[in-house]
Design a protein around this ligand. Structure first.
Ligand code: EPZ
Length: 429
């Protein structure tokens, strides 16, 4: 187990290169099961979750290689079922369900566990696949799914707040090899869904309406191999953008297609953030942005992404006045609030809304990271705080931010990792 020690309060400025999107790479790897040809995926970020998905594919008999940002998969002779122990470790394992049904006609796999974000239902996944003619029942804690021949259908993927991202992905994958035409209504519009569709089209799939909430998919006999480059990671981009504003530094980020960012850029600009685009860089002028309080809420794309909610809370602690953040997607996604308070943040919870008063001088403290995006929030808070912070649970951050420590050092952060000394079988306090 490791911890990271951060000396806060240093000015942060410089260039950050944005990696390929984790949440585009994971479904792309799973979708490689749809063909027995080679699938090559470029700009693949070197993350724990990516390597874990690769190992799940190898468990199923796939060839998997990953080097220098390029992953290569060949699902030639595949079989078996993903195991309970493995699937429980990563929610995104659910992305295997649709491709495996389409390819093997039968799969028994455990539903992925919940996580600190709260319940992670899969009812819409199962609803969509059942509409395509899949027979599904739950037995002995397993999703038992079979379909001799998937058939096209009209499916709605809508949930309470928009649509499920991985649920949409599962139905798209299954529909590409179904007999006939599938119309997916209330499809998730997250850019990672569109990116997957573009890769599937390169593999021979017939998909119309990419990026829209209604997709039309004409099933084909089989798909072939392809080479694809992932979109950049909009959540990593947003995380560094928010850090620049909170730390009042100038950061030059790899240019991002504004259409990938959704509402976050407009909301920040409206509050007084200053941005510039020069050549291949998107420049965040934190040094001259005086932000006004914001009252935001998370929504499905193109609304404010829930994955930036925690990093936004850190920014709100640095804005004079009262800001608020309403979490619509995952009601329990406030595991970072307690730790931020311990660093001095003034946060009052009102149901699913965090009311944050600033500007606060945060102070360094030992904190425990509970999940991936809370980790980004607490890293940022430690970088802003006066004094030293010791962050544990950093394995969560390694799941979703490629060489995070190295990228932070390059812009002036003073941090180091060390092994946690074990004493008498328990962590040394
Ligand atoms: C994707 O998760 C992302 N993960 C998440 O990012 C992201 O937070 C989430 O979408 C929302 O944008 C990947 O793409 C791998 P959902 P996903 O199914 O698809 C409800 C990160 O930090 N729902 O869209 O698993 C559910 O309760 C991760 O990178 C149902 O009701 O999320 C929730 O309110 C965390 N029934 C909402 O939809 C279902 O069958 C979003 O869940 C499925 C979902």
């Amino acid at each position: 187990m490791q911890e990271v020690i951060i000396q806060g309060g240093r000015p942060l400025a410089g260039k950050v290169s944005i990696s390929g999107a984790k949440n585009a790479g994971l479904p792309a790897l799973a979708a490689s099961l749809l063909t027995d040809d080679f699938v090559t995926i470029h700009r693949m970020p070197d993350l724990k979750d990516i390597r874990f998905m690769g190992s799940l594919l190898e468990d199923l008999g796939c060839e998997f290689s990953f080097q220098d940002g390029t992953a290569c998969v060949r699902a030639l002779a595949i079989g078996g079922n993903p195991s309970y122990e493995r699937v429980q470790q990563m929610r995104a394992s659910i992305c295997l369900l649709g491709p495996l049904i389409a390819r093997l006609k039968r799969v028994n796999m455990p539903p992925p566990g919940g996580c600190v974000l709260g319940q992670r239902p899969i009812d819409l996944h199962l609803h969509g696949l059942t509409a395509l003619g899949c027979e599904i029942f739950i037995q002995n804690g397993l999703i038992c799914a079979s379909a001799n021949q998937l058939k096209g259908a009209t499916v709605s993927m809508g949930g309470v707040f928009g649509s499920t991202v991985t649920g949409t992905i599962n139905v798209i994958c299954a529909a590409t090899l179904a007999n006939g035409t599938t119309i997916i209504e209330n499809a998730a519009r997250e850019p990672e869904v569109a990116d997957l569709c573009r890769m599937l089209v390169k593999m021979g799939a017939k998909i119309d309406g990419i990026g829209e909430s209604t997709l039309t998919i004409d099933g084909v006999e089989q798909l072939h191999g392809a080479s694809h480059e992932l979109i950049p990671d909009r959540i990593e981009f947003g995380t560094f953008l928010l850090l620049a504003l909170a730390g009042r530094g100038k950061l030059e980020l790899t240019k991002m297609d504004a259409a990938l960012c959704g509402a976050i850029i407009d909301a920040l600009a409206e509050s007084g953030a200053e941005f510039e685009e020069i050549g291949n860089f998107f420049i965040v002028h934190g040094e001259r942005s005086n932000l006004r309080p914001m009252h935001l809420e998370t929504l499905p794309f193109p609304g404010l992404p829930t994955d930036l909610q925690a990093p936004l809370c850190t920014l709100f602690t640095q804005i004079c006045g009262e800001s608020s953040m309403l979490e619509n997607i995952y009601p329990d996604r406030f595991t970072h609030v307690g730790e931020l308070r311990r660093m001095g943040a003034d946060i009052v919870m009102d149901g699913r809304r965090a009311v944050i008063r600033g500007a606060t001088h945060l102070s360094g403290a030992p904190v425990m990271i509970p999940d991936l995006r809370a980790g980004a929030c607490l890293y940022s808070a430690a970088l802003l705080a006066r004094g030293e912070s010791i962050l544990r649970g950093i394995h969560h951050v390694d799941r979703g931010y490629e060489i995070f420590d190295e990228k932070l050092r390059k812009i002036g952060a003073v941090l180091q990792r060390r092994e946690i000394m074990q004493k008498d079988g328990c962590e040394k306090i």
